[in-house]
Design a protein around this ligand. Sequence first.
Ligand SMILES: *[C@@H]1O[C@H](CO)[C@@H](O)[C@H](O)[C@H]1NC(C)=O
Length: 423
Amino acid sequence: MVLVLGGCVRSTKGTVLLVGAVFFVVAFIGLVFNHLDSWGLPASTKPASHRVNVVPGHPITPSTSNAPAPPLSPPFSESTAFQHIAELRQFYLKQLRKPSIRPDDKNYRPWGAFDWTLPENPRWTQRMGESLCIIDLDDRPFNESQQIFGPDVMTWDDARNVHGLSLGILNHWLYAKIHGYKYYYVAIDGYKDRRASWKKPSIMSKILREHDVCLYIDSDAIFHRLDLPLEWLLNYWQLYPESNSLAMAVDPDHEWNKDRFNRLYLNTGFIVAQNNPTTYNIFDAWQRCPDEGEPYPECTQFRLNAPGQPTDQGGFGTFVRYSFSESIRELPCMEANGYPESDEGCKGQFIRHLWTGKKDQIKIDVGEQVPGPFLEMFHEQFKEEMDTFYMTEKTLMRKGPKAATKKRPAENMGKGSAKGRWP
Ligand SMILES: *[C@@H]1O[C@H](CO)[C@@H](O)[C@H](O)[C@H]1NC(C)=O
């Protein structure tokens, strides 16, 4: 230890005092670390059930059965963290990012820095659990390295290769997990004559029948506030099944975002659907929109995307919404579309849509939500639990969503549960 003092040590008495003080400090630090040791790192009595398969840069020390804790434990580090993966996941879900308010709490004040208030008489007063569902659908495999269905675990050690849209998908699954909602991923088939995004109405229609409310969300859109229950947002936007079928956010105010009647498109990258009869009529009209003939003969022009031309969104905005205006709610772009860095007046205060940030800003946003080893920990859990949410379109259409996926275990601890370690 090197001590740099302002002046020289002048007397023997001073030196003795100094040595005494240093000794005391060292002894104190030793005590604190011993204490932390017994508090933070309980000796594992069971082999770790969740092991990280391939984690470049993380030497994984296997947790050993009944081994006494070494007298000098290393400080808590990323590699020791993986020995406590089940507890850390629980800590994240139940403490770090737990739901911060109840569905009908009057105010939402994240970080004490904002203050959003519910309108009078919020009607969603209970947590909805699995009667609320979140849907991802895509026809791309996302199976390369550092992608959501890839062969390895996504890791910030390889941050440049981490795939932006895959983080969006992870965000949706994680948000559902925090709040206990049902999550589905549907691997859809493409169409021969139109863009695959036209599948949204038929897939949503099939899944919604087994739930009360379902949301579809694009892979480049994210739940920006993981702690905020969706029921609260439904109250905030007054989305109730008696008076509303679909809700979507308005697009930014640009000429190219307007339909032929000069009205701004509703962005179909975030859709909230209520289970009521009109919703199925809208889905049916929307699905048939690009077919030849009725109900909207000119909608065929929206089958394929061209520069500046939306597809399912163009058909919905130009035709379908005008047939069902009473039942469709327009959400503020500021709250449910865009992101601050895009500078388009849409800040995505609750739901962010990172249209042009798919490769970078989405990594920053989700990276702040799942920093460090949490990315690996949750991506691995996502892969382990795939049978509870992943289905092909064919299986979904044949069996319905619940029968096509396994029920999620009651508690998300996995095998070798470490239940009870957290108070
Ligand atoms: C990814 O999926 C595609 C389509 O299913 C397949 O052809 C390809 O071999 C897969 N790639 C990897 C790396 O698994």
